[in-house]
Design a binder for this molecule. Structure first.
Ligand code: SF4
Ligand code: SF4
Length: 186
């Protein structure tokens, strides 16, 4: 991944790799990465819900792809409001999990830089064998972004000035419309 980032950042006309753009932009704007597993917790915020073709409600399309019902929250035909789905027993397990893991997040580079709010994906933890532990991606993403960080912060002021001058920064999808070019600040 580091080699891919190196190639991408050295490219005079880089292709759109949204993850890399978002890492760079989150560092520049000092905000959490816009992915669910960097949120404060996908069930804590109640920002995510997936309804399958048969009315099964789960957290997201990843949890609903499992062939057991571990993450199933409810059947659409048996509830009157979607709020009821958040009363499923697994919700308190997931919220307790986030509270427990957040204590460990305090030593994580991403947490210290406000790039992750400690959500820690329960799906990846579950398929990795321990729902109550951080999944392996925490370590790998943290390593990658820690390595990227110093390369971006040295251009942060310049990049902010460039972005202030333009009006095309798109908060919904920064990678699509931004004038920001990694190479324009070199
Ligand atoms: S379970 Fe993981 S992939 Fe699904 S919404 Fe939560 S953090 Fe995202
Ligand atoms: S260990 Fe780091 S990457 Fe993982 S949830 Fe905590 S702050 Fe986020």
């Amino acid at each position: 991944m580091k080699n891919l980032f190196k190639c991408w950042s050295n490219d005079t006309d880089p292709i759109n790799i949204p993850t890399f753009y978002r890492i760079v932009q989150s560092i520049i704007f000092n905000r959490p990465l816009p992915y669910c597993h960097f949120s404060p917790g996908c069930m804590l915020t109640k920002h995510y819900l997936s309804v399958d073709w048969d009315g099964s409600i789960s957290i997201c399309n990843r949890t609903s792809s499992l062939d057991n019902n571990f993450f199933k929250l409810a059947d659409l035909s048996k509830i009157n409001t979607l709020e009821k789905a958040f009363e499923a027993p697994v919700i308190s397990l997931l919220n307790n999990r986030v509270s427990k893991l957040k204590k460990e997040c305090s030593s994580c580079f991403l947490f210290s830089k406000n790039l992750c709010q400690g959500g820690s994906c329960p799906f990846l933890a579950y398929v990795s064998g321990n729902i109550m532990a951080h999944p392996p991606n925490c370590k790998y993403e943290s390593q990658l972004i820690k390595w990227v960080w110093p390369q971006v912060v040295k251009y942060k002021k310049l990049a902010l000035n460039i972005l202030k001058e333009g009006d095309s920064y798109d908060k919904e999808d920064p990678s699509r419309k931004s004038d920001f070019s990694w190479n324009s600040v070199r």
